[in-house]
Design a protein around this ligand. Structure first.
Ligand code: 2AM
Length: 493
């Protein structure tokens, strides 16, 4: 291993994702240098999967640096958190101004913001890139969401766009925005993924418990849905999961313990939504649904004490209509979820001062990643028509779709409520829809309550303004006729 600077690209971290991305890049004609903390893994990789390909290995950081063409392009695919900082610190003494470090791990965007600042000060171009698509995606075309130092983009664009998934011939990778924007968008992607998965689970539960469908029948429904507006990776794998039998001929999925795990990216999205004051209710409910599922012991106990309605065998009279309604509920809820996701991204752009590329974000999610779907093609189209679209729900295509779907959606939520089958995401999507389309909400009463007990003040509707209730003024009323007459000074709206 004594070549000079031969490699176009360096990658540190030879776990599955790292190995697959290297193989993918080599298949596209790039020479890649591989390195890993446990160096024996480099040797093993070179002698096996990487054999015969344009891949070289490094035995140390110094060796790794020597083998990279300048400006050096170094991608890290190591465990998120401290390991990323350790490696950056190991690399720094060997790097020159203009070298590029790309963190392709699942880093939390505030960490990426911090690293971007620290490295910018040292003249190193730092890129935080979302990578989605799992092992298969990494190998044959992931969705890549790079953000950070934009000067790095011309140097990595070719390699990123050639290894990325393609959708209608276009790469599912483009520049997202500054600082931690790439990892931010990946975080929202994961939140949306939580939502999509929970929606599908609710549809399955309704078919199973109210429709009394077998898993095979449910699989067939998903197969049909996968040919229509819901055509997507997650619907496709659900179809296959439900058709998969264990060795005894029974559906394997029914033997799986019903407590969901999570690695935290959905939770990050929900927390960020609360921080930014954005009603991203569907992702929030999807995260909470996982939390509730984890309370298995308590649920089993409660199931013996807390009764609900009986579900009669003939609860569903017209199976075709039932399935059609459910499809509409799923479609409409999904539109709400994506509208909420883009609302969050829009608010983040404002709050953090990022200029984000909405059509590119939709295109990046169109292929390669877990939420890839035909539906994202429509979102890409909508944002290309109008990149500053206020809200997806205000775009004609999605507005029409939701309006058309709402009858089936309302019937589905009604049915589930009547028979006691929990639908947190279907229901919250509908509640959001009804709230969003309400010119008047009961927050007037809420403001009155706040003013009553805390002198928090309120504003008056312009058309109701009068001498005693002036417009554009914070007003406090002495609701009880006794007590103080001062407004709260602690409240800062
Ligand atoms: P390893 O093979 O030496 O454990 C996924 O865990 C990847 O992150 C692996 O390539 C792993 O290297 C790497 N990794 C985990 N912790 C690390 C650390 N503290 N420093 C460097 N690499 C680390």
């Amino acid at each position: 291993m004594s070549q000079g600077a031969v490699a176009d690209f360096g990658l540190i971290g030879l776990a599955v994702m790292g190995q697959n991305l290297i193989l993918n890049a080599a298949d596209h004609g790039f020479t890649v240098c591989a390195y890993n903390r446990t160096v024996s893994k480099v040797e093993h990789f070179l002698n096996n999967e990487a054999k015969g390909k344009s891949i070289v290995g490094a035995t140390s950081i110094e060796d790794f640096i020597k083998k990279l063409k300048r400006p050096r392009k170094i991608m890290l695919l190591v465990k998120a958190g401290k390991p990323v900082d350790y490696i950056i610190n190991d690399l720094l003494p060997h790097l020159e101004k203009g070298d590029i470090i790309i963190d392709g791990g699942n880093s939390h965007f505030p960490d990426t913001n911090r690293r971007y600042e620290e490295l910018s000060a040292k003249g190193i171009l730092f890129v935080g890139s979302g990578v989605s698509g799992g092992e298969d995606g990494a190998r044959y075309g992931p969705s890549l969401m790079p953000g950070g130092a934009e000067e790095a983009w011309p140097h990595i664009k070719e390699i990123f766009q050639s290894i990325a998934a393609k959708s209608d011939g276009e790469p599912c990778c483009d520049w997202v925005g500054p600082a931690g924007a790439g990892h931010y968008v990946k975080m929202v992607h994961n939140g949306i993924e939580y939502g999509d998965m929970q929606l599908i689970c609710e549809a399955y539960d309704i078919m199973k418990r109210i429709g009394r469908f077998t898993d095979k029948e449910i699989s067939e429904v998903f197969a049909t849905w996968n040919k229509g507006v819901l055509d997507s990776f997650l619907i496709e794998i659900t179809r296959d999961i439900l058709a998969y039998d264990d060795v005894d001929g029974k559906p394997l999925v029914e033997k799986i313990l019903d407590t969901a795990g999570q690695k935290g990216t959905g939770k990050w999205t929900a927390i960020n939504a609360l921080d930014l004051g954005m009603p991203v209710t569907l992702i929030g409910e999807a995260v909470f649904a996982r939390c509730l599922s984890a309370l298995k012991k308590e649920r089993v106990l409660a199931s013996k004490h807390l009764t609900g309605p009986e579900i009669p065998e003939d609860a569903v009279k017209d199976k075709k209509q039932f399935v059609d309604d459910l499809e509409q509920a799923l479609y409409a809820s999904k539109i709400i979820s994506y509208a909420q996701g883009f609302m969050l991204i829009g608010e983040a752009a404002k709050t953090y001062g990022w200029k984000l590329n909405n059509p590119a974000i939709a295109l990046m999610w169109r292929g390669g990643c877990i939420i890839r779907s035909v539906f994202l093609g429509e979102i890409t189209k909508a944002y290309r028509e109008n990149p500053d679209l206020e809200n997806l729900l205000l775009h004609r295509f999605f507005a029409d779709a939701v309006i058309k779907a709402q009858q089936g959606w309302r019937k589905t939520v009604g049915l589930a409520t009547t028979y006691g089958v929990p639908t947190p995401t279907f229901s919250t999507a509908l509640a959001f829809y009804d709230g969003y389309r309400s010119a008047r909400l009961p927050a007037n009463l809420l403001q009155a309550q706040r003013d009553y007990f805390g002198a928090h003040t309120f504003r008056v509707l312009p058309e109701e303004a009068s001498e005693t209730l002036p417009v554009d003024k914070d007003i406090h009323i002495n609701w009880t006729g006794h007590g103080g007459n001062v407004s709260s000074t602690t409240y800062d709206a």
